[in-house]
Design a protein around this ligand. Structure first.
Ligand SMILES: Cc1cc2nc3c(=O)[nH]c(=O)nc-3n(C[C@H](O)[C@H](O)[C@H](O)COP(=O)(O)OP(=O)(O)OC[C@H]3O[C@@H](n4cnc5c(N)ncnc54)[C@H](O)[C@@H]3O)c2cc1C
Length: 469
């Protein structure tokens, strides 16, 4: 009998498997897709030689993840590459605010009226970032935090809605940047704890940047998989698990799946029936003839570029997709230009680029025109650079990965209490009604993103049980 079986080879499933294997447990992992990676993969989606990341591309949470930092992933080929700027947020007048590694440069980009407030907000938290990241990403706590004072201080500013945090600032630039950061997890700007979302992304930029992985996000998954294999773990691909009986006997089962799929597979009935899925995205992967012709020079050197003219425009786009059941006229967009940092992604002089805007769960329209109109607003001449495009709306997202229910790439709405307390309100979110079955996907804290911390935290719960029994 195996010690543990893991279902799903996304970053969380792979991390859970690695954490168990490196503690001497026998582990086998089963993945429905023909390759490992889940939301961290790379494919030639458009033209030969153009290596696109269909899902994750920028990795502020990956490089700052306490779980990844404790693993020898560099030895297995993972190399983080940095664009000169982690993130830029251009405005229609041709200026841009930025998140830079330097707090001073970032604060200066927000304008003189907000620079001091920003510095005072982030500097004390940045000074204790590594312990704060570990404590925050291990919530809900089942042991004392390493630095309760900093965690409490972070809670005071982080737990209120982002709209409260924005009251500290006077000008539009910084408000639009924070609104955009909150929109990365598709949370409504007025939701509880959304200030924490914005702050974590900003602090991560200052601490270690928002890098891409050399060769593509697949390198993150391949490094985890190679380490797992070295530790004696087995990986089975092309193996969709439909029932527990499909799996070999084991002392523990760990699911990197949606709560809905886990309930179906393990026969948990309506145990997760109250778990809500959120909006989806419409994503375009581009092969470009040259770099994106951004008007703002800062955007040309940034790995990630947020597109939203103002906090109001970003809020309206989020509301349209999450509450009003329609696609926004002017989508808020996250765009990533990996080849600014990583020349291996495209033939010489050419570029890969991706952009997505939010749309309602299950939406079936085509957002290409609205996305490209937004891009032309900030990068006139963009369309002339397009060599090829691959589009994916909610249906394609859901077909790529069963965890994206209705195309929800966060595997569960990040709104209300479900932003932090997922998939149930519980001190032990990785446990399920069956003592030998655990869940480790991004439907558990700390939520979406390539960081492996849900897998790490779930593995802790598993090894505690394995040692008890
Ligand atoms: C378009 C897009 C852009 C994104 N951009 C970023 C970004 O820039 N930075 C970032 O940090 N994050 C980003 N993310 C989010 C990130 O990819 C996810 O949050 C992360 O991959 C979640 O990891 P996971 O291990 O929980 O699940 P997943 O990565 O979704 O992996 C789950 C795995 O389980 C498998 N599986 C599911 N059901 C079964 C079954 N029944 N049997 C066998 N296998 C099964 C799936 O095939 C999949 O491989 C993005 C996601 C998308 C879709």
């Amino acid at each position: 009998m195996l010690d543990a079986v893991v279902v799903g080879a996304g970053p969380n499933g792979l991390t859970a498997a690695v954490e168990l294997a490196r503690r001497g447990f026998s582990v086998a992992l089963f993945e429905a897709h023909s390759t490992v990676g889940g939301g961290a993969r790379t494919e030639e989606l458009t033209l030969p030689g153009f290596r696109h990341d269909p899902c994750s591309a920028a990795h502020p949470l990956g490089i700052n993840s306490p779980a990844f930092r404790a693993l020898p992933l560099e030895r297995y080929g993972l190399e983080w590459l940095h664009a000169p700027l982690p993130m830029a947020h251009p405005f229609p007048d041709g200026t841009a605010a930025v998140l830079s590694r330097s707090v001073a440069e970032t604060a200066a980009s927000f304008g003189p009226r907000d620079a001091g407030s920003y510095r005072r907000l982030v500097k004390p938290l940045l000074a204790r970032w590594d312990t704060l990241a570990r404590d925050f990403m291990s919530l809900p706590l089942t042991a004392l935090p390493r630095d309760p004072v900093t965690l409490a201080r972070f809670g005071l500013v982080g737990l209120p809605p982002s709209t409260w945090l924005m009251r500290r600032f006077k000008d539009e630039q910084i408000k639009a940047v924070f609104a955009g950061l909150v929109a990365h997890v598709m949370a409504p700007l007025s939701g509880p704890a959304t200030s924490a979302v914005g702050l974590v992304f900003a602090l991560a930029a200052h601490a270690r940047g928002w890098p891409v992985a050399r060769g593509g996000s697949q390198s993150v998954s391949d490094a985890l998989a190679a380490y797992l294999t070295d530790l004696g773990g087995e990986i089975h691909t092309d193996y969709e698990v439909k029932r527990l009986d499909d799996l070999p006997p084991a002392r523990a089962y760990v699911f990197d799946t949606s709560p809905a799929a886990l309930a179906r597979i393990a026969g948990f009935g309506d145990y997760y029936a109250n778990y809500r899925y959120g909006p989806s995205v419409f994503k375009i992967d581009y092969a470009l003839d040259g770099p994106v012709p951004w008007t703002a020079p800062e955007a040309r050197t940034a790995g990630t570029v947020q597109i939203g003219a103002s906090r109001a425009e970003i809020g309206a786009a989020l509301r349209a997709a999450s509450r009003e059941g329609r696609a926004p006229d002017r989508p808020f967009m996250i765009t990533v230009q990996p080849s600014v940092a990583d020349p291996t992604r495209a033939p010489e002089g050419k570029h890969v680029f991706w952009a997505y805007g939010h749309v309602p769960n299950g939406w079936s329209g085509d957002l290409t025109d609205a996305i490209e109109r937004q891009l032309e607003r900030f990068a006139p001449g963009f369309r002339d650079r397009v060599l090829a495009r691959a589009t994916a709306g909610p249906a394609e997202m859901a077909a790529r990965n069963a965890n994206y229910v209705g195309g929800d790439i966060a595997c569960g709405a990040a709104s209300g209490l479900q932003l932090m307390l997922r998939p149930k309100i519980s001190l032990f979110p990785y446990h399920t009604p069956h003592p030998a079955v655990f869940i480790c996907s991004s439907a558990t804290p700390p939520g979406p993103g390539v960081h492996g911390m849900s897998g790490h935290n779930a593995a802790k719960a598993v090894w505690r049980r394995l040692r008890q029994t």
